[in-house]
Write a protein that binds this ligand. Structure first.
Ligand SMILES: Cc1cc2nc3c(=O)[nH]c(=O)nc-3n(C[C@H](O)[C@H](O)[C@H](O)COP(=O)(O)OP(=O)(O)OC[C@H]3O[C@@H](n4cnc5c(N)ncnc54)[C@H](O)[C@@H]3O)c2cc1C
Ligand SMILES: NC(=O)C1=CN([C@@H]2O[C@H](COP(=O)(O)OP(=O)(O)OC[C@H]3O[C@@H](n4cnc5c(N)ncnc54)[C@H](OP(=O)(O)O)[C@@H]3O)[C@@H](O)[C@H]2O)C=CC1
Ligand SMILES: Nc1ccccc1C(=O)C[C@H](N)C(=O)O
Length: 482
Protein backbone atom coordinates (compact mmCIF):
# COMPACT_ATOMS: atom_id res chain seq x y z
CA UNK A 1 0.00 0.00 0.00
CA UNK A 2 1.49 3.24 -1.11
CA UNK A 3 0.04 6.74 -1.36
CA UNK A 4 1.57 6.92 -4.83
CA UNK A 5 -0.56 3.98 -6.00
CA UNK A 6 -2.71 4.97 -8.95
CA UNK A 7 -6.30 4.24 -8.01
CA UNK A 8 -9.06 3.80 -10.55
CA UNK A 9 -12.74 3.87 -9.56
CA UNK A 10 -15.28 2.64 -12.11
CA UNK A 11 -18.59 4.46 -11.51
CA UNK A 12 -19.24 7.96 -10.09
CA UNK A 13 -22.63 7.10 -8.60
CA UNK A 14 -23.40 7.44 -4.91
CA UNK A 15 -20.77 4.99 -3.68
CA UNK A 16 -18.05 5.77 -6.24
CA UNK A 17 -18.14 9.52 -5.62
CA UNK A 18 -18.04 9.13 -1.82
CA UNK A 19 -15.23 6.56 -2.10
CA UNK A 20 -13.24 8.89 -4.38
CA UNK A 21 -13.64 11.71 -1.86
CA UNK A 22 -12.57 9.58 1.10
CA UNK A 23 -9.54 8.02 -0.61
CA UNK A 24 -8.45 11.49 -1.77
CA UNK A 25 -8.82 12.79 1.80
CA UNK A 26 -6.55 9.93 2.90
CA UNK A 27 -3.92 11.11 0.39
CA UNK A 28 -4.46 8.75 -2.56
CA UNK A 29 -4.58 9.90 -6.19
CA UNK A 30 -7.87 8.84 -7.73
CA UNK A 31 -9.16 8.68 -11.31
CA UNK A 32 -12.91 8.07 -11.67
CA UNK A 33 -14.58 6.92 -14.90
CA UNK A 34 -18.37 7.18 -15.25
CA UNK A 35 -20.46 5.86 -18.14
CA UNK A 36 -23.17 8.52 -17.91
CA UNK A 37 -22.91 12.20 -18.74
CA UNK A 38 -22.25 14.62 -15.85
CA UNK A 39 -25.60 14.73 -14.01
CA UNK A 40 -24.86 18.30 -12.89
CA UNK A 41 -25.11 19.38 -16.54
CA UNK A 42 -27.54 16.92 -18.16
CA UNK A 43 -30.78 15.49 -16.73
CA UNK A 44 -30.23 11.74 -16.60
CA UNK A 45 -32.82 10.89 -13.94
CA UNK A 46 -34.97 8.75 -16.25
CA UNK A 47 -34.97 5.09 -15.35
CA UNK A 48 -33.57 5.27 -11.83
CA UNK A 49 -35.17 6.07 -8.47
CA UNK A 50 -35.60 9.83 -8.17
CA UNK A 51 -35.50 10.08 -4.42
CA UNK A 52 -34.21 7.86 -1.66
CA UNK A 53 -34.50 7.34 2.08
CA UNK A 54 -31.24 8.32 3.77
CA UNK A 55 -30.75 7.20 7.36
CA UNK A 56 -28.15 6.98 10.12
CA UNK A 57 -25.70 4.53 8.53
CA UNK A 58 -25.44 6.65 5.40
CA UNK A 59 -25.18 9.83 7.44
CA UNK A 60 -22.37 8.27 9.52
CA UNK A 61 -20.25 7.79 6.35
CA UNK A 62 -21.12 11.27 5.06
CA UNK A 63 -20.06 12.71 8.45
CA UNK A 64 -16.70 10.93 8.14
CA UNK A 65 -16.12 12.76 4.85
CA UNK A 66 -17.31 16.14 6.15
CA UNK A 67 -20.50 15.98 4.06
CA UNK A 68 -23.21 15.63 6.73
CA UNK A 69 -24.09 19.30 7.09
CA UNK A 70 -24.39 19.91 3.34
CA UNK A 71 -26.49 16.79 2.96
CA UNK A 72 -28.90 17.62 5.78
CA UNK A 73 -29.76 20.88 4.03
CA UNK A 74 -31.36 18.90 1.19
CA UNK A 75 -33.13 16.33 3.41
CA UNK A 76 -36.83 16.13 4.26
CA UNK A 77 -37.37 14.25 7.55
CA UNK A 78 -39.97 11.45 7.45
CA UNK A 79 -41.04 10.54 11.00
CA UNK A 80 -43.17 7.53 10.16
CA UNK A 81 -45.37 5.69 7.69
CA UNK A 82 -48.77 7.06 6.67
CA UNK A 83 -50.87 4.11 5.56
CA UNK A 84 -53.72 4.65 3.08
CA UNK A 85 -56.54 2.08 2.81
CA UNK A 86 -58.85 1.64 -0.20
CA UNK A 87 -61.57 3.81 1.34
CA UNK A 88 -59.18 6.75 1.63
CA UNK A 89 -58.74 6.41 5.42
CA UNK A 90 -55.22 6.92 6.74
CA UNK A 91 -53.38 5.96 9.91
CA UNK A 92 -49.83 6.75 10.91
CA UNK A 93 -47.15 4.65 12.52
CA UNK A 94 -43.93 6.29 13.73
CA UNK A 95 -40.53 4.83 12.87
CA UNK A 96 -39.39 5.16 16.48
CA UNK A 97 -40.66 5.99 19.95
CA UNK A 98 -37.57 8.21 20.41
CA UNK A 99 -38.11 11.74 19.12
CA UNK A 100 -34.74 12.21 17.44
CA UNK A 101 -35.03 9.14 15.19
CA UNK A 102 -36.40 9.54 11.66
CA UNK A 103 -35.41 8.78 8.07
CA UNK A 104 -34.88 11.39 5.34
CA UNK A 105 -36.14 11.79 1.82
CA UNK A 106 -33.40 13.07 -0.48
CA UNK A 107 -33.02 13.54 -4.24
CA UNK A 108 -30.57 11.04 -5.76
CA UNK A 109 -29.39 13.60 -8.30
CA UNK A 110 -28.85 16.40 -5.76
CA UNK A 111 -26.98 14.10 -3.38
CA UNK A 112 -24.80 12.70 -6.15
CA UNK A 113 -24.11 16.24 -7.36
CA UNK A 114 -22.84 17.53 -4.00
CA UNK A 115 -20.62 14.46 -3.65
CA UNK A 116 -19.20 14.99 -7.15
CA UNK A 117 -18.62 18.69 -6.38
CA UNK A 118 -16.74 17.88 -3.21
CA UNK A 119 -14.70 15.07 -4.77
CA UNK A 120 -13.81 17.19 -7.79
CA UNK A 121 -12.74 20.10 -5.57
CA UNK A 122 -10.04 17.83 -4.17
CA UNK A 123 -6.71 18.07 -5.98
CA UNK A 124 -6.28 14.29 -5.84
CA UNK A 125 -9.45 13.50 -7.85
CA UNK A 126 -10.18 13.55 -11.60
CA UNK A 127 -13.60 12.50 -12.87
CA UNK A 128 -14.17 11.48 -16.51
CA UNK A 129 -17.77 11.29 -17.75
CA UNK A 130 -19.30 9.44 -20.72
CA UNK A 131 -16.68 6.67 -20.43
CA UNK A 132 -18.15 3.22 -20.11
CA UNK A 133 -16.07 0.32 -18.82
CA UNK A 134 -16.48 -2.61 -21.20
CA UNK A 135 -14.29 -5.09 -19.33
CA UNK A 136 -11.39 -5.40 -16.91
CA UNK A 137 -8.33 -7.58 -17.46
CA UNK A 138 -7.98 -8.37 -13.80
CA UNK A 139 -4.56 -10.07 -13.98
CA UNK A 140 -2.99 -7.09 -15.74
CA UNK A 141 -4.95 -4.33 -13.90
CA UNK A 142 -6.22 -2.88 -17.16
CA UNK A 143 -9.75 -1.53 -17.55
CA UNK A 144 -11.06 -1.03 -21.08
CA UNK A 145 -13.38 1.91 -21.75
CA UNK A 146 -15.50 3.23 -24.56
CA UNK A 147 -16.01 6.97 -24.95
CA UNK A 148 -19.72 7.60 -25.70
CA UNK A 149 -18.89 10.91 -27.46
CA UNK A 150 -15.93 9.99 -29.67
CA UNK A 151 -16.84 6.25 -29.84
CA UNK A 152 -13.14 5.50 -29.26
CA UNK A 153 -12.03 2.61 -27.08
CA UNK A 154 -9.03 3.02 -24.76
CA UNK A 155 -7.34 1.20 -21.87
CA UNK A 156 -6.61 2.57 -18.38
CA UNK A 157 -3.89 0.92 -16.28
CA UNK A 158 -3.98 1.30 -12.52
CA UNK A 159 -2.38 -0.19 -9.41
CA UNK A 160 -5.77 -0.76 -7.78
CA UNK A 161 -9.22 -0.85 -9.42
CA UNK A 162 -12.47 -0.37 -7.48
CA UNK A 163 -15.71 -1.49 -9.13
CA UNK A 164 -18.34 0.98 -7.84
CA UNK A 165 -20.37 0.50 -11.00
CA UNK A 166 -23.66 -0.60 -9.52
CA UNK A 167 -25.91 -3.65 -9.80
CA UNK A 168 -24.78 -4.47 -13.37
CA UNK A 169 -21.05 -4.08 -12.54
CA UNK A 170 -18.61 -4.53 -15.41
CA UNK A 171 -15.85 -5.54 -12.96
CA UNK A 172 -18.10 -8.27 -11.53
CA UNK A 173 -18.88 -9.50 -15.04
CA UNK A 174 -15.12 -9.63 -15.74
CA UNK A 175 -14.59 -11.77 -12.61
CA UNK A 176 -16.98 -14.27 -14.21
CA UNK A 177 -15.70 -14.09 -17.80
CA UNK A 178 -11.98 -14.05 -17.00
CA UNK A 179 -12.21 -17.23 -14.88
CA UNK A 180 -9.01 -16.50 -12.97
CA UNK A 181 -10.31 -17.66 -9.60
CA UNK A 182 -13.25 -19.41 -7.95
CA UNK A 183 -15.94 -16.76 -7.93
CA UNK A 184 -19.33 -17.51 -6.35
CA UNK A 185 -22.24 -15.50 -7.60
CA UNK A 186 -26.03 -15.43 -7.28
CA UNK A 187 -28.62 -13.11 -8.78
CA UNK A 188 -32.29 -13.37 -7.84
CA UNK A 189 -34.89 -11.20 -9.52
CA UNK A 190 -38.25 -10.52 -7.88
CA UNK A 191 -41.38 -11.16 -9.91
CA UNK A 192 -42.25 -7.54 -9.10
CA UNK A 193 -40.96 -4.54 -11.02
CA UNK A 194 -41.42 -0.84 -10.26
CA UNK A 195 -42.65 2.26 -12.01
CA UNK A 196 -42.25 5.86 -10.87
CA UNK A 197 -45.06 8.45 -11.09
CA UNK A 198 -45.49 11.95 -9.71
CA UNK A 199 -47.81 13.83 -7.38
CA UNK A 200 -47.05 17.45 -8.33
CA UNK A 201 -46.96 20.38 -5.88
CA UNK A 202 -50.16 22.41 -5.50
CA UNK A 203 -50.50 25.86 -7.09
CA UNK A 204 -48.70 27.46 -4.14
CA UNK A 205 -45.78 25.06 -4.57
CA UNK A 206 -46.66 23.09 -1.42
CA UNK A 207 -47.02 19.38 -0.73
CA UNK A 208 -50.56 18.06 -1.25
CA UNK A 209 -50.21 15.30 1.39
CA UNK A 210 -48.13 15.16 4.58
CA UNK A 211 -44.44 15.69 3.79
CA UNK A 212 -43.50 14.34 7.22
CA UNK A 213 -44.31 10.76 6.26
CA UNK A 214 -43.40 8.00 3.86
CA UNK A 215 -46.79 7.13 2.35
CA UNK A 216 -47.80 3.52 1.76
CA UNK A 217 -50.87 2.13 -0.01
CA UNK A 218 -50.53 -1.59 0.95
CA UNK A 219 -52.67 -3.95 -1.14
CA UNK A 220 -51.40 -7.42 -0.20
CA UNK A 221 -49.66 -8.49 -3.39
CA UNK A 222 -48.64 -5.05 -4.57
CA UNK A 223 -48.26 -1.52 -3.21
CA UNK A 224 -47.77 2.13 -3.95
CA UNK A 225 -45.41 4.34 -1.96
CA UNK A 226 -44.61 8.08 -2.05
CA UNK A 227 -41.63 10.07 -0.77
CA UNK A 228 -41.61 13.91 -0.65
CA UNK A 229 -39.37 16.17 -2.74
CA UNK A 230 -38.11 19.67 -1.85
CA UNK A 231 -40.14 21.31 -4.65
CA UNK A 232 -43.47 20.26 -3.11
CA UNK A 233 -43.93 17.18 -5.31
CA UNK A 234 -43.86 13.49 -4.34
CA UNK A 235 -42.21 10.67 -6.22
CA UNK A 236 -44.69 7.81 -6.22
CA UNK A 237 -43.53 4.25 -6.90
CA UNK A 238 -45.78 1.36 -7.85
CA UNK A 239 -44.40 -2.09 -7.01
CA UNK A 240 -46.34 -4.68 -9.00
CA UNK A 241 -45.89 -8.18 -10.43
CA UNK A 242 -44.82 -8.45 -14.06
CA UNK A 243 -47.27 -11.23 -14.91
CA UNK A 244 -49.24 -12.44 -11.87
CA UNK A 245 -52.56 -11.35 -10.34
CA UNK A 246 -55.53 -9.64 -11.95
CA UNK A 247 -53.53 -6.49 -12.64
CA UNK A 248 -49.88 -6.69 -13.61
CA UNK A 249 -47.33 -4.79 -15.73
CA UNK A 250 -47.88 -7.09 -18.70
CA UNK A 251 -51.64 -6.53 -18.90
CA UNK A 252 -51.82 -2.85 -17.86
CA UNK A 253 -51.29 -1.72 -21.43
CA UNK A 254 -54.33 0.43 -22.25
CA UNK A 255 -55.31 3.80 -20.79
CA UNK A 256 -58.70 2.32 -19.74
CA UNK A 257 -57.12 -0.56 -17.84
CA UNK A 258 -54.61 1.71 -16.08
CA UNK A 259 -57.40 4.05 -14.94
CA UNK A 260 -59.59 1.12 -13.87
CA UNK A 261 -56.71 -0.30 -11.78
CA UNK A 262 -56.02 3.00 -10.00
CA UNK A 263 -59.72 3.83 -9.53
CA UNK A 264 -60.27 0.48 -7.88
CA UNK A 265 -57.10 0.18 -5.82
CA UNK A 266 -55.78 3.70 -5.18
CA UNK A 267 -58.65 6.19 -5.73
CA UNK A 268 -57.20 8.85 -3.38
CA UNK A 269 -53.79 8.65 -5.03
CA UNK A 270 -55.30 8.72 -8.52
CA UNK A 271 -56.91 12.08 -7.82
CA UNK A 272 -53.43 13.48 -7.02
CA UNK A 273 -51.59 12.14 -10.11
CA UNK A 274 -52.90 14.25 -13.03
CA UNK A 275 -50.63 12.70 -15.70
CA UNK A 276 -51.16 9.11 -14.66
CA UNK A 277 -51.78 7.69 -18.14
CA UNK A 278 -48.83 9.40 -19.87
CA UNK A 279 -46.47 8.65 -17.00
CA UNK A 280 -47.57 5.03 -16.71
CA UNK A 281 -47.10 4.41 -20.41
CA UNK A 282 -43.89 6.44 -20.93
CA UNK A 283 -41.91 5.79 -17.73
CA UNK A 284 -39.79 2.64 -17.75
CA UNK A 285 -40.56 -0.40 -15.61
CA UNK A 286 -37.48 -1.16 -13.51
CA UNK A 287 -36.32 -4.61 -12.42
CA UNK A 288 -35.60 -5.51 -8.78
CA UNK A 289 -33.16 -8.09 -7.56
CA UNK A 290 -30.56 -9.29 -5.10
CA UNK A 291 -26.95 -9.96 -6.03
CA UNK A 292 -24.64 -11.82 -3.65
CA UNK A 293 -21.09 -12.79 -4.58
CA UNK A 294 -17.72 -13.75 -3.12
CA UNK A 295 -14.85 -12.96 -3.02
CA UNK A 296 -15.25 -9.26 -3.69
CA UNK A 297 -11.53 -8.84 -4.40
CA UNK A 298 -8.91 -10.33 -6.68
CA UNK A 299 -5.45 -10.46 -5.12
CA UNK A 300 -4.15 -6.95 -4.35
CA UNK A 301 -5.64 -5.60 -7.56
CA UNK A 302 -9.43 -5.11 -7.57
CA UNK A 303 -12.38 -4.70 -5.18
CA UNK A 304 -16.15 -4.61 -5.72
CA UNK A 305 -17.97 -2.10 -3.52
CA UNK A 306 -21.54 -0.81 -3.11
CA UNK A 307 -24.27 -2.34 -5.29
CA UNK A 308 -21.59 -3.95 -7.48
CA UNK A 309 -20.79 -6.26 -4.55
CA UNK A 310 -24.25 -6.55 -3.00
CA UNK A 311 -27.29 -5.19 -4.85
CA UNK A 312 -30.44 -5.51 -2.73
CA UNK A 313 -34.15 -4.89 -3.25
CA UNK A 314 -35.09 -1.37 -2.09
CA UNK A 315 -37.74 -2.16 0.53
CA UNK A 316 -35.74 -1.34 3.67
CA UNK A 317 -34.46 1.88 2.09
CA UNK A 318 -30.92 0.66 2.89
CA UNK A 319 -29.07 0.00 -0.42
CA UNK A 320 -27.41 3.41 -0.59
CA UNK A 321 -26.98 3.48 3.19
CA UNK A 322 -25.18 0.12 3.04
CA UNK A 323 -23.04 1.32 0.11
CA UNK A 324 -22.04 4.44 2.05
CA UNK A 325 -21.36 2.27 5.12
CA UNK A 326 -19.00 0.19 2.91
CA UNK A 327 -16.85 3.31 2.54
CA UNK A 328 -16.91 3.82 6.31
CA UNK A 329 -15.88 0.21 7.04
CA UNK A 330 -13.13 0.25 4.38
CA UNK A 331 -11.84 3.46 5.93
CA UNK A 332 -11.71 1.81 9.37
CA UNK A 333 -9.65 -1.03 7.91
CA UNK A 334 -7.28 1.44 6.25
CA UNK A 335 -6.96 3.29 9.58
CA UNK A 336 -5.92 -0.01 11.13
CA UNK A 337 -3.25 -0.95 8.56
CA UNK A 338 -1.78 2.36 7.35
CA UNK A 339 0.01 3.27 10.61
CA UNK A 340 2.01 0.02 10.43
CA UNK A 341 3.07 0.88 6.89
CA UNK A 342 4.29 4.27 8.06
CA UNK A 343 6.50 2.56 10.67
CA UNK A 344 8.57 0.74 8.06
CA UNK A 345 12.20 1.80 8.24
CA UNK A 346 14.81 1.96 5.52
CA UNK A 347 13.52 -0.64 3.13
CA UNK A 348 11.01 0.38 0.50
CA UNK A 349 9.15 -2.91 1.04
CA UNK A 350 5.58 -2.44 2.18
CA UNK A 351 4.43 -4.32 5.24
CA UNK A 352 0.80 -4.57 4.21
CA UNK A 353 -0.59 -4.77 0.72
CA UNK A 354 -4.08 -4.07 -0.62
CA UNK A 355 -4.90 -7.78 -0.49
CA UNK A 356 -4.60 -7.72 3.30
CA UNK A 357 -6.91 -4.71 3.40
CA UNK A 358 -9.44 -6.22 0.99
CA UNK A 359 -9.47 -9.54 2.84
CA UNK A 360 -9.99 -7.86 6.23
CA UNK A 361 -12.68 -5.63 4.72
CA UNK A 362 -14.67 -8.52 3.26
CA UNK A 363 -14.33 -10.49 6.53
CA UNK A 364 -15.73 -7.52 8.47
CA UNK A 365 -18.47 -6.66 6.00
CA UNK A 366 -19.89 -9.64 4.09
CA UNK A 367 -22.11 -11.05 6.85
CA UNK A 368 -23.71 -7.61 7.26
CA UNK A 369 -24.50 -7.04 3.58
CA UNK A 370 -25.91 -10.59 3.34
CA UNK A 371 -28.12 -9.75 6.33
CA UNK A 372 -29.51 -6.49 4.91
CA UNK A 373 -30.27 -8.29 1.64
CA UNK A 374 -32.48 -10.74 3.54
CA UNK A 375 -34.03 -8.04 5.73
CA UNK A 376 -34.94 -6.07 2.61
CA UNK A 377 -36.98 -8.99 1.28
CA UNK A 378 -38.74 -9.30 4.70
CA UNK A 379 -39.64 -5.61 4.58
CA UNK A 380 -41.27 -6.08 1.15
CA UNK A 381 -43.85 -8.39 2.76
CA UNK A 382 -44.18 -6.11 5.79
CA UNK A 383 -44.88 -3.02 3.67
CA UNK A 384 -47.22 -4.46 1.08
CA UNK A 385 -49.17 -6.67 3.47
CA UNK A 386 -48.44 -6.85 7.23
CA UNK A 387 -48.72 -3.10 7.94
CA UNK A 388 -52.49 -3.40 7.53
CA UNK A 389 -52.75 -6.42 9.87
CA UNK A 390 -54.24 -5.71 13.37
CA UNK A 391 -51.71 -7.95 15.15
CA UNK A 392 -48.83 -6.16 13.42
CA UNK A 393 -50.32 -2.77 14.35
CA UNK A 394 -50.62 -3.89 17.98
CA UNK A 395 -47.01 -5.04 18.05
CA UNK A 396 -45.80 -1.72 16.61
CA UNK A 397 -47.83 0.22 19.20
CA UNK A 398 -46.25 -1.69 22.08
CA UNK A 399 -42.80 -1.22 20.53
CA UNK A 400 -43.35 2.53 20.24
CA UNK A 401 -44.44 2.68 23.88
CA UNK A 402 -41.43 0.62 24.98
CA UNK A 403 -39.05 2.88 23.02
CA UNK A 404 -40.70 6.00 24.42
CA UNK A 405 -40.59 4.93 28.07
CA UNK A 406 -37.36 2.93 27.95
CA UNK A 407 -35.32 4.71 25.25
CA UNK A 408 -31.99 3.25 26.37
CA UNK A 409 -33.24 -0.30 26.86
CA UNK A 410 -35.55 -1.11 23.97
CA UNK A 411 -34.82 -0.90 20.24
CA UNK A 412 -37.27 -2.51 17.80
CA UNK A 413 -35.90 -4.45 14.81
CA UNK A 414 -36.62 -1.43 12.60
CA UNK A 415 -34.67 0.83 14.97
CA UNK A 416 -31.74 -1.60 15.28
CA UNK A 417 -31.44 -1.81 11.49
CA UNK A 418 -32.09 1.84 10.70
CA UNK A 419 -30.85 3.89 13.64
CA UNK A 420 -28.29 1.78 15.59
CA UNK A 421 -25.48 2.85 13.29
CA UNK A 422 -22.72 1.16 15.31
CA UNK A 423 -24.36 -2.28 15.35
CA UNK A 424 -23.75 -4.39 12.22
CA UNK A 425 -26.78 -5.41 10.12
CA UNK A 426 -26.25 -9.09 11.03
CA UNK A 427 -26.43 -8.47 14.77
CA UNK A 428 -29.40 -6.14 14.24
CA UNK A 429 -31.15 -8.83 12.20
CA UNK A 430 -30.54 -11.66 14.70
CA UNK A 431 -31.58 -9.61 17.73
CA UNK A 432 -34.48 -7.95 15.88
CA UNK A 433 -35.94 -11.21 14.63
CA UNK A 434 -35.66 -12.88 18.07
CA UNK A 435 -37.32 -9.85 19.67
CA UNK A 436 -40.17 -9.93 17.12
CA UNK A 437 -40.75 -13.59 17.91
CA UNK A 438 -40.70 -12.93 21.67
CA UNK A 439 -43.12 -10.02 21.41
CA UNK A 440 -45.54 -11.88 19.14
CA UNK A 441 -45.48 -14.87 21.56
CA UNK A 442 -46.42 -12.54 24.40
CA UNK A 443 -49.21 -10.86 22.44
CA UNK A 444 -50.72 -14.09 21.13
CA UNK A 445 -50.51 -15.76 24.59
CA UNK A 446 -52.38 -14.21 27.50
CA UNK A 447 -49.27 -12.55 28.87
CA UNK A 448 -50.31 -9.01 28.00
CA UNK A 449 -53.63 -7.33 27.61
CA UNK A 450 -53.31 -5.24 24.49
CA UNK A 451 -56.76 -3.68 24.49
CA UNK A 452 -55.84 -0.77 26.79
CA UNK A 453 -52.93 1.65 27.00
CA UNK A 454 -50.42 0.18 29.41
CA UNK A 455 -48.99 2.05 32.36
CA UNK A 456 -45.20 2.47 32.62
CA UNK A 457 -45.17 -0.22 35.34
CA UNK A 458 -47.03 -2.67 33.08
CA UNK A 459 -44.72 -1.85 30.20
CA UNK A 460 -41.69 -2.50 32.40
CA UNK A 461 -43.00 -6.01 33.05
CA UNK A 462 -43.43 -6.52 29.29
CA UNK A 463 -39.90 -5.18 28.67
CA UNK A 464 -38.39 -7.65 31.15
CA UNK A 465 -40.30 -10.56 29.63
CA UNK A 466 -39.33 -9.59 26.07
CA UNK A 467 -35.65 -9.22 26.95
CA UNK A 468 -35.63 -12.56 28.79
CA UNK A 469 -37.38 -14.43 25.99
CA UNK A 470 -35.28 -12.73 23.29
CA UNK A 471 -32.09 -13.86 25.04
CA UNK A 472 -33.44 -17.41 25.34
CA UNK A 473 -34.33 -17.48 21.61
CA UNK A 474 -30.88 -16.13 20.70
CA UNK A 475 -29.25 -18.78 22.93
CA UNK A 476 -31.32 -21.57 21.36
CA UNK A 477 -30.51 -20.32 17.84
CA UNK A 478 -26.81 -20.27 18.76
CA UNK A 479 -26.95 -23.84 20.06
CA UNK A 480 -28.82 -24.89 16.90
CA UNK A 481 -26.07 -23.17 14.88
CA UNK A 482 -28.36 -20.65 13.20
C1 LIG B 1 -36.33 1.88 -6.94
C2 LIG B 1 -35.17 1.98 -6.00
C3 LIG B 1 -35.31 2.69 -4.82
C4 LIG B 1 -34.26 2.77 -3.93
N1 LIG B 1 -34.44 3.44 -2.75
C5 LIG B 1 -33.43 3.48 -1.85
C6 LIG B 1 -33.59 4.17 -0.62
O1 LIG B 1 -34.62 4.76 -0.34
N2 LIG B 1 -32.55 4.18 0.27
C7 LIG B 1 -31.37 3.55 0.01
O2 LIG B 1 -30.49 3.57 0.87
N3 LIG B 1 -31.19 2.90 -1.16
C8 LIG B 1 -32.18 2.85 -2.09
N4 LIG B 1 -31.99 2.20 -3.29
C9 LIG B 1 -30.71 1.55 -3.56
C10 LIG B 1 -29.68 2.54 -4.09
O3 LIG B 1 -30.16 3.13 -5.26
C11 LIG B 1 -28.38 1.82 -4.38
O4 LIG B 1 -28.05 0.95 -3.33
C12 LIG B 1 -27.26 2.82 -4.58
O5 LIG B 1 -27.55 3.62 -5.68
C13 LIG B 1 -25.93 2.09 -4.75
O6 LIG B 1 -24.94 2.99 -5.08
P1 LIG B 1 -23.77 2.55 -6.06
O7 LIG B 1 -22.92 3.76 -6.25
O8 LIG B 1 -23.14 1.31 -5.57
O9 LIG B 1 -24.50 2.20 -7.42
P2 LIG B 1 -25.21 3.22 -8.42
O10 LIG B 1 -25.85 4.32 -7.68
O11 LIG B 1 -26.03 2.40 -9.34
O12 LIG B 1 -23.99 3.86 -9.22
C14 LIG B 1 -23.23 3.15 -10.14
C15 LIG B 1 -22.62 4.15 -11.09
O13 LIG B 1 -21.75 3.47 -11.98
C16 LIG B 1 -22.04 3.87 -13.32
N5 LIG B 1 -21.72 2.73 -14.17
C17 LIG B 1 -22.44 1.59 -14.32
N6 LIG B 1 -21.82 0.78 -15.18
C18 LIG B 1 -20.69 1.42 -15.56
C19 LIG B 1 -19.65 1.07 -16.45
N7 LIG B 1 -19.65 -0.07 -17.10
N8 LIG B 1 -18.64 1.96 -16.64
C20 LIG B 1 -18.62 3.15 -15.97
N9 LIG B 1 -19.59 3.52 -15.12
C21 LIG B 1 -20.60 2.66 -14.92
C22 LIG B 1 -23.53 4.22 -13.31
O14 LIG B 1 -23.88 5.07 -14.36
C23 LIG B 1 -23.66 4.86 -11.95
O15 LIG B 1 -23.40 6.22 -11.97
C24 LIG B 1 -33.03 2.12 -4.22
C25 LIG B 1 -32.87 1.41 -5.41
C26 LIG B 1 -33.94 1.33 -6.31
C27 LIG B 1 -33.76 0.54 -7.57
N1 LIG C 1 -30.98 -3.97 -6.53
C1 LIG C 1 -31.76 -3.60 -7.49
O1 LIG C 1 -32.83 -4.14 -7.62
C2 LIG C 1 -31.32 -2.55 -8.47
C3 LIG C 1 -31.94 -2.47 -9.67
N2 LIG C 1 -31.56 -1.56 -10.62
C4 LIG C 1 -32.27 -1.58 -11.90
O2 LIG C 1 -31.37 -1.99 -12.92
C5 LIG C 1 -31.70 -1.36 -14.13
C6 LIG C 1 -30.53 -0.69 -14.82
O3 LIG C 1 -29.86 0.17 -13.96
P1 LIG C 1 -28.99 1.38 -14.48
O4 LIG C 1 -27.91 1.55 -13.49
O5 LIG C 1 -29.85 2.56 -14.74
O6 LIG C 1 -28.43 0.88 -15.92
P2 LIG C 1 -27.16 1.34 -16.76
O7 LIG C 1 -26.39 2.41 -16.06
O8 LIG C 1 -26.48 0.08 -17.08
O9 LIG C 1 -27.71 2.06 -18.06
C7 LIG C 1 -28.73 1.64 -18.82
C8 LIG C 1 -28.65 2.14 -20.27
O10 LIG C 1 -28.13 3.45 -20.41
C9 LIG C 1 -27.19 3.51 -21.50
N3 LIG C 1 -26.14 4.52 -21.21
C10 LIG C 1 -25.39 4.63 -20.09
N4 LIG C 1 -24.58 5.71 -20.18
C11 LIG C 1 -24.82 6.30 -21.38
C12 LIG C 1 -24.29 7.48 -22.06
N5 LIG C 1 -23.35 8.25 -21.50
N6 LIG C 1 -24.78 7.78 -23.28
C13 LIG C 1 -25.71 7.01 -23.87
N7 LIG C 1 -26.24 5.91 -23.29
C14 LIG C 1 -25.81 5.56 -22.05
C15 LIG C 1 -26.65 2.11 -21.64
O11 LIG C 1 -26.40 1.87 -23.00
P3 LIG C 1 -25.35 0.76 -23.59
O12 LIG C 1 -25.66 -0.55 -22.91
O13 LIG C 1 -25.62 0.72 -25.06
O14 LIG C 1 -23.99 1.22 -23.29
C16 LIG C 1 -27.80 1.25 -21.14
O15 LIG C 1 -28.65 0.88 -22.20
C17 LIG C 1 -32.84 -0.40 -13.82
O16 LIG C 1 -34.02 -1.00 -14.17
C18 LIG C 1 -32.75 -0.24 -12.32
O17 LIG C 1 -33.95 0.03 -11.73
C19 LIG C 1 -30.54 -0.68 -10.39
C20 LIG C 1 -29.88 -0.69 -9.18
C21 LIG C 1 -30.22 -1.62 -8.13
N1 LIG D 1 -37.04 4.10 0.36
C1 LIG D 1 -37.81 3.04 0.01
C2 LIG D 1 -37.93 2.71 -1.34
C3 LIG D 1 -38.70 1.62 -1.71
C4 LIG D 1 -39.36 0.89 -0.76
C5 LIG D 1 -39.26 1.20 0.59
C6 LIG D 1 -38.47 2.30 0.98
C7 LIG D 1 -38.35 2.66 2.42
O1 LIG D 1 -37.56 3.50 2.79
C8 LIG D 1 -39.23 1.98 3.39
C9 LIG D 1 -39.11 2.44 4.81
N2 LIG D 1 -37.80 2.16 5.35
C10 LIG D 1 -40.19 1.72 5.63
O2 LIG D 1 -39.94 0.62 6.09
O3 LIG D 1 -41.26 2.27 5.78
Amino acid sequence: MNKKDKILIIGAGLCGSLLALRLAQRGYKVEVYESRPDLRKVDISAGRSINLALSDRGLKALRLCGMEEKTRKICIPMYGRLIHDKEGNTFSSNYSGRENEYINSISRGDLNAILLDEAEKHENVNIHFNKKCKKVEIEKNIAHFKDYETKEEFPVIADVIFGADGAGSSLRKSYISERKFLFSYSQNYLNHGYKELEIPANKQGNHQISKDHLHIWPRGDFMLIALPNMDGSFTVTLFLSYDEGKYNFENLTSEEKITEFFEKEFPDALSLIPNIKEEFINNPTGALGTVKCSPWYYQNKTLLIGDAAHAIVPFYGQGMNASFEDVFVLDEILCHFEPFDKLKTGSSREIFDWKTVFKAYQKARKKDTDAIADLAIDNFHEMKDHVANPLFKEKRKIEMDLEKHFPMQYFSKYSLVTFKENMGYKKAMDRGRAQDKALLNLISGDDISTSLDMTKEELEIVLKKVIKETNEILKEDKIAGL
